[in-house]
Structure formats: structure tokens, C-alpha cells
Design a protein around this ligand. Structure first.
Ligand SMILES: [Zn+2]
Length: 407
């Protein structure tokens, strides 16, 4: 069925250009046409009177499996909370009933949807069982999910310190099944792996044409630990041995490391609220932008952050303005690009979603401008500074009204 949606405001194309008195024509799952002129024919027409249509938001890094453990252990350090296998979250995951984990993930999926998120990439702990929990929660939910799984093998402290050891064949065999269930692999850090293991995992993922993502340079000492063990930084190892498609954090990345990331054209997800929650610093986005690196946003662990991209956008804009002592940089439009088209490109799905453009999936958020956005003068600023879940009238996933307003 072809549905024509009219709205006084719409952000169109990869540059999020503001169209006034606009329309979008949806043909089944896809956007067939976007414009401002004469309306095309459609079987159904919906005219919004005071609404703004934006592309669905993209949360490029989340650990949604932590949803049952909100705000536990907040006083702990990054490694005490998250380092496998003994970090708090891993113990909690191991000792919590599956049905509780599944329900908590479902709740977070709904929270993401009602905040305008239509795509997310999840770092899925727990190997096959972890992937199955998310798949179960995703049943009957068409939010676009990239599930990035993790091998179950954990190296001993001495193997990691010597940077010696391979993933055993039984664990590797299991990974075939994991890769069948998921879109790729996501590792906790090069500092939790050996170079040889990263190479094994990359070879396997490449064989199945699957995505490879990894956290790197999250903590102040990440680089020194890596250099001491291997002679290379975490980022160098992620590029050289894991052939990485997506780097997460880079909070403490050096200029030399960023040069390498730019040379490889590897996109980066930053998670400023997660960095703030853990008492870390802000990632160097000015340098990343200057080097032409694609930078996008993620909300990271649900344990420490609500997966709400509007909150992430507002925090990111304001935190960097404090850091830069600037009222102009970054711009709200830059931030909005990070939460939409940049996220889609970083996840390798920029041709499918991330902007309102002919041929892409109709993944849209429609915002009611009668609440927080009443009397606004700048749509981009209003989206980043003012918009909340209460302003989202409806969300379309693959052309279907999936939240709020129904037809
Ligand atoms: Zn993470």
C-alpha cells in the first residue's frame, strides 16, 4: 500500500535539509518519494498539521542485555563493572533468570522506540545464549537490530599478559553457530584478547562476511597496558589483528592513533554520557572531525544509562560546548547527523536507513510540535535541546506505524 504523509516540517536527505510543507510517500516498507510540491497519488493520505518528520534515530552502541541491572554498582570503576569474566555485570548476567533478562530487554526496546530510535547495534555478551535472549525479546518487534556477539572463551591473566594463546577449537566451532544468529562479533577490548585470538576471530567473521566491532581506548591506562604487552596500542591492534569495522569510545585516543583510524576510514562510536557516568573524559571529537572520521553516538550500557538518544544528543552538545568554551561548536545539526546518518554509515547500513531519502527504509519519527517544541525558531536546536519522549507522536519502522498513532 502507498501512504502519503504530509507535514509542515520534514528533515530530508543525508544533510537533514529542512523541507517546509513537505510530504513523504511510502510504498510498503520503502520511501518512494520526498518533496514539497504537488502531491503524488496514494491509497492513503495522512495530513499532520503541526508535526515534524525526522529520520529514526540510530543508537550505534548499546548493551541492552544489562537492562535488568539499572544503576547497580555505579560507584565502581570501568573494569570492576564491565571487565569479563568477573566484572559485576557478568556475575549478574550469570545469576539472573533468563525470563527476567528477556523481559528487561523488551522493556528497553520499547523505551528506545518511544524515544524515536529505529535502529540499534548491541554488544551482546553471553555468546549463543546471550544472542538468543535478544532474539527472543525481538520477536514481534521490527526495530532494526544489529546483534554483535562475543565468543565464550576467556583467556587467563597470564595468557593475556604474555599476549600468547589461541581460541580453542571447541570455542571456535561454537562461533559458527553464533555468527549464524548474529550480524557479527563485538569484543570487550584488545586488552582482554591476544593478538592471535583477534586474528582467528577476524578470519572467521570475514569468512562469513560479518561485522567486527570492539571497545578501545576507553580508560586512561588502556593504551599503556596494551603497549607494555604487545608493543602496540589497543587501536593499532584492533586495526591490525581484528580488521575492525567499528571502534567504540576512543576516549583517550592519541593523535597518532586517530591518524591511523582516519587512514583506515574506520568509523567511531562515542558514548559521552557513559564516559561521564564513569568519571572519564570526553572523547576528542574535534580531532576526529578534523581528520574526517565518521563519528556517531551510542548510549552504551543500560546499566548506567537510559538508551535515549535525545538525552545523548543534548548531553553531547552541551558537554563539548563547555569543553570548548564555545556557543557555536558543535552545532545541533552536526549532533543530529551523528545520531542518524553517521550511525547508519558506521554500521554499514547507510544505504538502507539513517535519512529520509528515496529508496531507503521508511524508518521515521514524527514529532508533535504542540508541546516542548511550541514557538521554536530553530528546528535543529529544538530537536537537540528540547525534545523528549513526550513529544514523539509516532514512529514508523519499515513503513509501519509501530508506536503511538495508528492508522
Ligand atoms: Zn560498550
Amino acid at each position: 500500500m502507498r501512504i502519503l504523509i504530509e507535514s509542515p516540517f520534514l528533515l530530508a536527505g543525508d544533510n537533514l535539509d529542512l523541507f517546509k510543507n513537505a510530504y513523504v510517500l511510502i510504498d510498503n516498507e520503502l520511501i518512494a518519494e520526498v518533496g514539497t510540491g504537488e502531491r503524488p497519488q496514494a491509497e492513503k493520505k495522512i495530513s499532520f498539521k503541526n508535526e515534524l518528520i525526522i529520520p529514526g534515530l540510530i543508537n550505534a552502541h548499546v548493551h541492552i542485555g544489562d537492562s535488568a541491572f539499572k544503576d547497580q554498582g555505579l560507584e565502581k570503576s570501568v573494569s570492576e563493572l564491565f571487565k569479563p569474566p568477573n566484572g559485576l555485570k557478568h556475575k549478574l548476567l550469570e545469576h539472573t533468570e533468563t525470563k527476567i533478562l528477556v523481559q528487561a530487554v523488551k522493556d528497553s526496546l520499547n523505551d528506545m522506540l518511544r524515544c524515536g530510535t529505529t535502529t540499534f547495534a548491541d554488544f551482546r555478551e553471553g555468546s549463543i545464549k546471550g544472542a538468543q535472549i535478544l532474539l527472543e525479546a525481538l520477536r514481534n518487534n521490527s526495530i532494526r537490530a544489529l546483534i554483535l556477539g562475543r565468543p565464550d572463551h576467556v583467556f587467563s591473566k597470564s595468557q593475556i599478559e604474555k599476549n600468547q594463546g589461541k581460541i580453542p577449537s571447541n570455542s571456535l566451532a561454537q562461533l559458527n553457530e553464533l555468527l549464524d544468529l548474529t550480524q557479527g562479533l563485538a569484543l570487550s577490548s584488545p586488552n582482554d584478547m591476544t593478538d592471535e585470538a583477534m586474528r582467528q576471530l577476524a578470519d572467521l567473521a570475514i569468512k562469513y562476511n560479518k561485522f567486527r566491532a570492539i571497545h578501545a581506548s576507553e580508560a586512561p591506562n588502556s593504551k599503556d597496558i596494551s603497549v607494555e604487552r604487545s608493543g602496540l596500542t589497543e587501536i593499532e591492534r584492533a586495526i591490525r589483528f581484528f580488521n575492525v569495522n567499528l571502534l567504540v569510545h576512543l576516549t583517550y585516543a592519541s593523535r597518532e592513533d586517530l591518524d591511523k583510524v582516519a587512514k583506515e576510514e574506520t568509523p567511531v562510536v562515542i558514548c559521552p554520557r557513559a564516559n561521564a557516568s564513569l568519571g572519564l573524559k570526553l572523547p576528542p571529537i574535534t580531532k576526529m572531525h578534523d581528520l574526517g572520521i565518521t563519528v556517531c553516538l551510542g548510549t552504551d550500557n543500560v546499566m548506567i544509562n537510559q538508551p535515549n538518544m535525545f538525552r545523548e544528543m543534548e548531553f553531547t552538545l552541551k558537554a563539548y560546548r563547555i569543553e570548548r568554551a564555545s556557543s557555536q561548536y558543535p552545532s545541533p545539526r552536526d549532533i543530529l547527523c551523528m545520531a542518524t546518518i553517521n550511525g547508519a554509515r558506521a554500521l554499514g547500513i547507510g544505504h538502507k536507513t539513517g535519512s529520509i531519502k528515496e529508496g531507503k527504509s521508511a524508518d521515521l519519527a514524527i514529532i508533535n510540535m504542540n508541546k516542548n517544541l511550541r514557538n521554536v525558531n530553530d528546528i535543529y536546536s529544538a530537536l537537540v535541546h528540547r525534545t523528549g519522549a513526550e513529544d514523539i507522536l509516532t514512529v514508523l519502522l519499515r513503513g509501519k506505524f509501530s508506536y503511538g498513532y495508528k492508522i
